[in-house]
Design a protein around this ligand. Structure first.
Ligand code: ZN
Ligand code: ZN
Length: 206
């Protein structure tokens, strides 16, 4: 179960030398992009291919790309191209920029293993089954339902998940919307960000 090397996984990103030495490996500090040497207000731990199911790591793609720490620009560069390529269904909840510490995708079959309450999982699944029509930003078929925070403040609002109007978006515009919401957050230290897998699922924040 060998993972991808840093160079194979992230050809476009330069990593700090110091974060790759023997001491960093020994202490399992993930490699950092070079920008984190001077930027402290925004960083994210990017673990694209690994899903955490109640603390247990579950690899969704082989070879899995290694865990890395990225500045916002490097993170969004990775995320935007990854999301625009994904052809599955996504229900994405806009995070609370002042309060979120993780933003992650869970595939529909893993909702309960990931710890979602049954009624929440059911409400999300029902939304994922609805037809979305065309993207609000262009004429392509919509694959995303973006749920602004004013419509669903948190995942306990099961009734709001069911009735939220949301925005139907194609993969490109969905990716753009998610990146814009990250850009609007001036400071963040995200402990976990992954990418979509499987055929359908939800982007959640905690
Ligand atoms: Zn960077
Ligand atoms: Zn579009």
């Amino acid at each position: 179960m060998g993972g991808a090397t840093l160079e194979q996984a992230y050809p476009g990103i330069a990593f700090r030398g110091r974060s790759r030495n023997w001491w960093a490996r020994l202490t399992r500090v993930p490699p950092e992009c070079v920008h984190l040497e001077h930027e402290f207000s925004w960083m994210a731990t990017y673990v694209p291919d690994t899903l955490y199911l109640q603390g247990k790591a579950s690899v969704q793609r082989q070879p899995a790309r290694p865990e890395v720490s990225l500045c916002r620009a490097c993170l969004l560069g990775e995320l935007e191209s990854e999301l625009a390529r994904y052809r599955g269904r996504i229900l994405a909840f806009e995070p609370d920029g002042g309060a979120f510490s993780q933003y992650f995708f869970v595939g529909a079959p893993d909702f309960s293993a990931a710890g979602l309450k049954p009624e929440v999982a059911e409400a999300i699944e029902r939304r994922l089954d609805q037809s979305l029509g065309t993207c609000q930003g262009c004429d392509h078929p919509a694959h995303w339902m973006w749920i602004p925070r004013v419509q669903v403040e948190n995942l306990d609002e099961v009734g709001d998940i069911a009735t939220a109007k949301g925005q139907a978006l194609c993969p490109a515009h969905g990716a753009q919307q998610l990146c814009e919401s990250f850009t609007a957050v001036s400071e963040a230290n995200l402990l976990y960000v992954n990418v979509p897998y499987g055929e359908a699922g939800a982007y959640l924040w905690i």
